[in-house]
Design a protein around this ligand. Structure first.
Ligand SMILES: [Zn+2]
Length: 240
């Protein structure tokens, strides 16, 4: 059962009868909320290694607020392999043996806003987890050594076959993305993209289906990823 979706910007499912904490089916991550089964699979040390910092009551559900270090899953120094790889500050860990310091920063990602001549927005249905089956916009992680403009054009080409001829930066939003059991933090850069011929769009790669939706008929709640949902809200608010 999906709940709290209106005010919690990440997919969250009710997981009753938790054997961890029977009265608290949800875990707030510092930047979102995850169901306990995900934490059970991804963060087995969670309840041992993180302090419960705050309990809040949200819509009659007791929620335990926790803050984990972004490198909680990183136990060994990536340079020398030492297990003495400890918290350096809230964003980094340092090796007590070789001195190596590694900082945790968000990954760059892009989102494409493509409109056709009928003022319909190009929307794709996600073919993969997370949020498989929900609506999304073309885009993805930036590659090393490419600009965000190049990255958004590449992703649009990969997912829709369309050639981007012009990009215009709109805004950026932070996001989290659970991939391979690790919560990846991103900064999603939204670009208005002009394409050579919008009629040639066809679903490829991560996109299961493409849809052209009139802007005024867009519903943010249909979009599964938090930053894209917020981005749709911003676009609607700015729409003439
Ligand atoms: Zn080391």
């Amino acid at each position: 059962m999906s709940i709290l979706k209106d005010n919690i910007p990440i997919d969250c499912l009710l997981f009753p009868n938790s054997h961890y904490i029977s009265t608290a089916p949800f875990i707030f991550h510092a930047f979102g909320i995850l169901k306990l089964t995900q934490y059970e699979a991804c963060f087995p040390d969670l309840f041992r290694s993180f302090a419960i910092q705050e309990k809040i009551n949200l819509k009659k559900q007791t929620v335990i607020m926790m803050h984990e270090h972004p490198f909680a899953q990183f136990h060994f120094c990536p340079k020398c392999g030492s297990p003495r790889f400890v918290e350096h500050n809230e964003k980094s860990k340092q090796c007590e043996d070789c001195g190596f310091v590694y900082y945790f920063n968000p990954s760059a990602a892009t989102v494409a806003v493509i409109l056709n001549e009928r003022q319909e927005l190009l929307v794709c249905r996600r073919g993969k987890e997370p949020a498989k089956g929900t609506l999304d916009l073309p885009g993805g992680f930036s590659d090393c050594f490419e600009s965000s403009e190049e990255g958004v054009a590449r992703e649009v080409k990969e997912e829709t076959g369309l050639e981007v001829t012009r990009t215009e930066f709109l805004f950026s939003l932070p996001n989290t993305y659970l991939y391979s059991g690790f919560l990846v933090h991103t900064v999603d850069c939204f670009f208005r993209c002009t394409v050579a011929d919008s009629s040639l769009a066809h679903a490829m790669d991560d996109a299961a289906e493409l849809l052209w939706i009139p802007v005024k008929e867009l519903r943010p709640e249909d979009f599964g990823l938090a930053s894209v949902r917020k981005g749709i809200e911003k676009l609607l608010a700015q729409w003439p």
